[in-house]
Design a protein around this ligand. Structure first.
Ligand SMILES: [Fe+2]
Ligand SMILES: [Fe+2]
Length: 388
């Protein structure tokens, strides 16, 4: 008897999910905003996975998973009407899941309860993201919280790095042009961050080409100066593309459904993979196996105090790049914590650890106090925005 009630509940959810998949698909065809299309398609795939989880449970309990959807509705035509319907469907799913979690508890089925809890967490993410699309936050803290993602993290890290080389250490570059890679690298970070924010295939592609430049630069195959020219031009093109493509319904680069989905997911994964080559080449090639091609790349041995800042960055950027790749695969960690947000916090760690290392190894705290103070202010503002 207990089984019957669980089978009925799970099948009710299967029916709800089938309807949701169908509606999300329809809304993705109707909606104009390319970013929203991607979001809705992603959600519809999540719902498909939910159908699978619940159907398997029904089968395991000896029932027959239903194939009949719940009532499907034509929500309307405007983007707003469609999104409102999606929010409603998600809220309804959350309500049912909460109710059935109680049922699973009563029936002594902790595994099913856990499954329902996980799926509910997915639906809450869906619900909140759609709700945020419908009613974007208007206050400062809400806007700030929304912008705290791995893209902002990359941009901030790039800006801090540039600050040091433009305002503090430019003279080192004047003495030795091999330090020019310190202009190219932060520009690459900026580029990936801007592309992350822009969410367009053309700019994602350019960002991964820019990130690829890390390999010839770090090995000393090309000079830091040439590398800086190349990545600057790419960044400029990206900015022009973002401005000109703004508000346009059709993207410059357009592929058919599956290729587009694959590229959208993976182009920035490549960018993060190339970013990972920075520490790979630094630790494995340059530190362990010897000097880079010294004509273009100066040695920066981590056992010398002066290079502890470099070393700190090259340790902390490893998890950062991995976080970036993980985020492309799955938006949430344990279905609750946004991976993109983790990337943002990690970038603040990279910045603050970097500035502190520089201050400590040079002993010249006064000289580096400005960036440290700014970094701490950003950290405090972020914590406040997060808590609100
Ligand atoms: Fe679902
Ligand atoms: Fe959902």
């Amino acid at each position: 008897m207990a089984k019957e009630r669980l089978i009925e509940a799970l099948n009710d959810l299967v029916a709800v999910e089938i309807a949701a998949v169908t509606e999300y698909q329809q809304h993705a065809y109707l909606i104009d905003d390319p970013k929203m299309i991607d979001l809705l398609e992603d959600f519809s795939m999540d719902e498909m996975a939910h159908i699978e989880y619940f159907s398997r449970e029904v089968a395991r309990l000896g029932g027959i998973p239903t194939v009949i959807p719940k009532q499907i509705k034509h929500a309307g035509e405007t983007d707003n009407e469609l999104l409102q319907r999606d929010v409603h469907v998600e809220a309804d799913a959350i309500k049912r899941l909460t109710e059935y979690m109680k049922l699973a508890e009563e029936e002594g089925a902790p595994r099913i309860k856990k499954l329902l809890e996980d799926v509910r967490a997915d639906e809450i993410v869906h619900h909140d993201m759609l709700e945020a699309q419908l009613n974007p936050p208007k206050d400062f803290w809400g806007k700030m919280r929304n912008s705290m993602d791995i893209g902002s993290g990359l941009i901030l890290t790039g800006l801090f790095w540039l600050y040091f080389w433009v305002f503090q250490w430019y003279v080192f570059f004047l003495f030795d042009a091999r330090w020019a890679h310190n202009f190219a690298y932060p520009l690459i970070l900026l580029t990936i961050g801007v592309a992350y924010k822009g969410k367009k295939m053309s700019t994602d592609l350019l960002a991964s080409i820019s990130a690829f430049m890390i390999i010839p630069t770090e090995t000393g195959l090309i000079s830091g100066t040439h590398s800086t020219y190349i990545v600057s031009i790419i960044l400029l093109i990206i900015l022009v593309l973002l401005v000109t493509e703004r508000g346009k319904k059709q993207e410059l680069l357009f592929f058919q459904h599956r290729s587009r989905r694959w590229l959208k997911k993976h182009l920035l994964t490549f960018a993060f993979l190339f970013l990972l080559h920075m520490p790979f080449l630094y630790w494995v090639t340059r530190v362990i196996f010897g000097e880079p091609a010294e004509l273009n790349m100066p040695p920066e041995p981590p056992w010398e105090r002066a290079y502890w800042g470099t070393a700190s960055y090259n340790i902390l950027v490893i998890p950062f790049a991995l976080i970036g790749m993980a985020e492309r695969f799955r938006g949430t960690l344990r279905r609750r914590i946004s991976i993109s947000k983790i990337g943002y916090w990690w970038s603040l760690l990279i910045i603050i650890a970097g500035v502190i290392t520089i201050g400590a190894t040079s002993g010249d705290w006064l000289r580096y106090s400005a960036p440290l103070v700014i970094a701490v202010i950003i950290l405090i503002l972020s914590i406040v925005a997060h808590k609100k």
